[in-house]
Design a protein around this ligand. Structure first.
Ligand code: 13P
Ligand code: SF4
Length: 305
């Protein structure tokens, strides 16, 4: 079946089954094109909550689909590839977080939404890269354990110096790879270009940027900035939305492998299969939903930075 045929079948099935397709900006272009809603992790969580569809097909990584399930427990939430996971999320387990919390004398646990749901069940509040700074500012307690991304955590620490932010030692393998040499070379070659990077990038990269923000933050920055060229420090899937909104602008991605292989596992074929066979369903027990709901609801109530 060619991709046009597949897309038509997906759209038909979606109508028949009263389903909605959510896609993160890191998905392949074909998936982003066919999605009902594209967005960053915060927008997709907020949108999922508002939907009335019976089935939510989440094209992203597993923690995102789990978050949608916690927010919409009465809906069937599907992820087309069950092993589309986030290696950063796997860098902290519930047991490790509880151990660290005890060792540190009970700090407030702020967990990045890029955590598995069992970590959320022991968190006080969650955040995404779009609202992490405001989330930490919103906390009354002074000491915070920020789990699991050390780069986003160190960015928050810089922005909220009044708090004691203790960092977990996790990182995103995609953003961690960016080198000063690669970015320096791009800046030399395109000296008029503005540099916009995701806060999962290491400090040495953030320090070279004109703008630091989540995927939607980067998109908004590019949309409103009057420059012709941009150097982008995040996963290359973002180019779909950037080019759609800014046909006259030119983009360069830092490094040669800014690809999240887990995000790219979802294909038109697997999306079609997901809708047809209603797989893979995210199933969470009642207790997990009850415990994870509070930190996630707190997260979605806090505005973007
Ligand atoms: P956003 O919060 O910007 O959607 O990013 C999610 C993510 O996984 C970044 O690597
Ligand atoms: Fe996880 Fe990094 Fe992929 Fe985002 S880009 S989903 S943080 S591995």
């Amino acid at each position: 079946m060619d991709s046009k045929e597949l897309k038509n079948k997906i759209l038909r099935l979606k109508e028949e089954k009263n389903a909605v397709i959510l896609a993160h900006y890191y998905q392949i272009d074909d998936i982003q094109e066919i999605a009902d809603i594209r967005g960053d992790s915060l927008a997709l969580a907020i949108e999922a909550k508002k939907l009335s569809a019976e089935i939510i097909v989440f094209c992203g990584v597993k923690f995102m689909a789990e978050t949608a399930k916690v927010l919409c427990p009465d809906r069937k939430v599907l992820i087309p590839e069950i092993d589309s996971v986030c290696p950063l999320a796997d860098m902290a387990t519930r047991k490790e977080v509880l151990k660290k919390k005890e060792e540190l004398g009970n700090p407030t646990i702020v967990s990045y939404v890029n955590t598995n749901v069992d970590v959320k069940t022991v968190s006080d509040i969650c955040c995404t890269s779009a609202n992490a700074v405001n989330v930490v500012k919103s906390i009354e307690e002074k000491r915070v354990l920020f789990v699991p991304d050390r780069n986003l955590g160190s960015y928050v620490k810089e922005q909220v110096p009044e708090k004691e932010v203790i960092l977990w030692d996790g990182y995103c393998p995609v953003h961690e790879e960016y080198s000063v040499e690669d970015l320096g070379k791009l800046r030399k070659e395109h000296y008029n270009a503005k540099v916009a990077v995701h806060p999962e990038s290491p400090k040495k990269i953030r320090d070279m940027a004109d703008f630091i923000g989540s995927t939607s933050g980067i998109i908004n920055y590019v949309n409103k900035t009057n420059a012709k060229e941009f150097i982008i420090g995040t996963e290359e899937g973002i180019l779909y939305e950037l080019k759609l909104n800014n046909p006259g602008k030119i983009f360069y991605i830092i490094g040669s492998k800014s690809v999240c292989t887990n995000m790219k596992k979802i294909t038109l074929e697997s999306l079609y299969r997901a809708l047809k066979d209603e797989i893979y369903e995210i199933k969470l027990d009642e207790k997990t939903i009850e415990l994870a709901e509070k930190p996630i609801e707190r997260m979605v109530s806090i505005k973007r930075t």
